[in-house]
Design a binder for this molecule. Structure first.
Ligand SMILES: [Zn+2]
Length: 417
């Protein structure tokens, strides 16, 4: 499977200039390719093929006085830039034709010098890792890399990214072998929260780390400072840079932390069950900020990637599942409760519940029931149960759980089967 590893790189002033030139050339090639396709569409001609496009906007263009400077940079990133254009078109058409679903994407747009993020991709012929640890990029030179973690295999491509904070990263794709971990008995349900990061069905709590809150405080201070600077002033652009840096710091810190948490969960459990939170839907509402901060989408993606790699199972419990309404001890449905209710006693059996822990236990039971009921037996490692393939209709989960999971729970809320 392909994995992406990202490292900070520190190009010299000369290398930064060479990168800037190549960013510019790759952007021009992309835009020329896009213009050629748009022109073909307007005049009713068929879309130029990728190879023809490459000939016209790179090979032939280099020989014209207007584009002669394309010859001064490596050709590999230029070809990759056209590939990206191809991919952008393909994604759009696959979405329109219903071949693929997901986040809506529009037709490719022209790139601008002012885009916050600039990137270049080098394939196998365009880069090399030197024995001294430097990353050699064709026509750029040997760039210093901070190898923050070991690269597990030979890289197949390198993307150099310049972000809004002015930092350079090398995003390296490697093809790694699956390394299935020895099986363990433990399985866990996770309730993602707002007060704590998550509560696990075994009773443990993942708290929001303090260093993250500290980084966020710095970001807020930088944002306030920015809002006080006059528009168009030099101080304002300085302050904007500071905000971008603080943003990047928060994002990096959060990602590191999410990596640690997800690795631990995958190592310790054979199966991990989560609720299908509609992060995009939630983010539009009032909870927007905290939802983004919590990075739930990233949390889930990392769990899925790691489960696939290490031979574990991720089960996603449908959004409609009333995880906070059911009693995890007896299965009684106690009705919805406002968010401020943190503890409640079951109206049927009288057990006193911590809201989040009870929800986590229900998610575990529902996930396990779903896994048993899935057509074709237990789900494959790391693959979320697709909603369409689920045997149970929305709203009928309760009855189903009563027969398979929740009724069979022991004193600890852990199913005894
Ligand atoms: Zn009960």
């Amino acid at each position: 499977m392909h994995l992406r590893y990202s490292y900070r790189v520190y190009p010299t002033a000369g290398q930064r200039a060479a990168l800037a030139k190549t960013f510019g050339c790759a952007r021009v090639v992309y835009n020329d390719g896009l213009a050629a396709r748009k022109e073909a569409r307007k005049t009713g001609r068929p879309y130029p093929k990728a190879t023809d496009l490459q000939k016209s906007v790179i090979t032939a263009a280099k020989k014209t006085p207007e584009r002669a400077w394309l010859a001064s940079v490596g050709v590999d990133p230029l070809i990759q830039s056209l590939r990206d254009l191809d991919t952008a078109y393909r994604n759009f058409f696959d979405l329109v034709s219903g071949k693929r679903d997901g986040r809506p994407v529009g037709l490719p747009r022209f790139k601008s010098k002012r885009d916050a993020r600039q990137s270049l991709r080098f394939t196998r012929n365009g880069f090399r890792i030197r024995s001294n640890g430097k990353l050699n990029l064709a026509k750029i030179g040997d760039v210093r890399v901070k190898w923050s973690r070991a690269l597990p295999a030979d890289p197949s491509s390198v993307t150099v990214v310049l972000d809004a904070a002015g930092r350079y990263h090398a995003s390296i794709v490697v093809d790694v072998e699956l390394e299935h971990l020895p099986e363990v008995d433990a399985e866990v349900g996770i309730d993602l929260g707002l007060t704590t990061y998550a509560v696990l069905s075994d009773g443990s709590v993942i708290d929001n780390p303090r260093f993250l809150r500290k980084a966020e405080k710095k970001l807020k201070a930088a944002q306030r400072e920015l809002s006080r600077k006059a528009k168009g002033s030099r101080n304002r652009s300085k302050a904007r840079r500071k905000v971008a840096r603080a943003h990047a710091k928060v994002a990096d810190t959060r990602k590191d932390w999410l990596h640690q948490q997800t690795t631990k969960l995958i190592r310790e459990n054979q199966a991990v069950y989560l609720e299908d939170l509609n992060v995009r839907g939630l983010a539009r509402g009032r909870l927007a900020k905290s939802v983004h901060d919590a990075g739930w989408a990233t949390f889930r993606r990392l769990l899925e990637e790691k489960a696939a790699r290490y031979g574990r199972v991720i089960g996603i419990v449908p959004r409609a599942f009333p995880s906070s309404q059911l009693c995890s001890a007896c299965g009684h449905r106690d009705g919805p409760k406002p968010l401020r209710v943190r503890e409640w006693a079951c109206g049927a059996c009288g057990v006193l519940h911590d809201r989040d822990l009870n929800a986590a236990r229900n998610i575990l039971a529902a996930g396990q029931a779903d896994r048993l009921n899935a057509p074709g037996g237990p789900v494959r490692p790391g693959v979320a149960i697709p909603r369409r393939a689920r045997p149970v209709e929305r709203g009928t989960h309760l009855g189903d759980l009563r027969t398979t999971g929740i009724r069979a729970t022991g004193a600890g809320g852990i199913p005894t089967r």
